[in-house]
Design a protein around this ligand. Sequence first.
Ligand SMILES: [Zn+2]
Length: 54
Amino acid sequence: MPRCHRCETDHDATDLVRHDRRSVLLVHCPTCGCLLGQYRRHGDRPAVDRLKGV
Ligand SMILES: [Zn+2]
């Protein structure tokens, strides 16, 4: 279960706020809105990978 590094709240993966960008998927904390992670699309290695299992 991903934990926000800012407000230290645990969230279900399904509760996270996702924003699709052209080549990156951004994932934000639903509580404080900070950026939890960003994922490159097209199978590239993620620049940030704090959300294993999502
Ligand atoms: Zn947060």
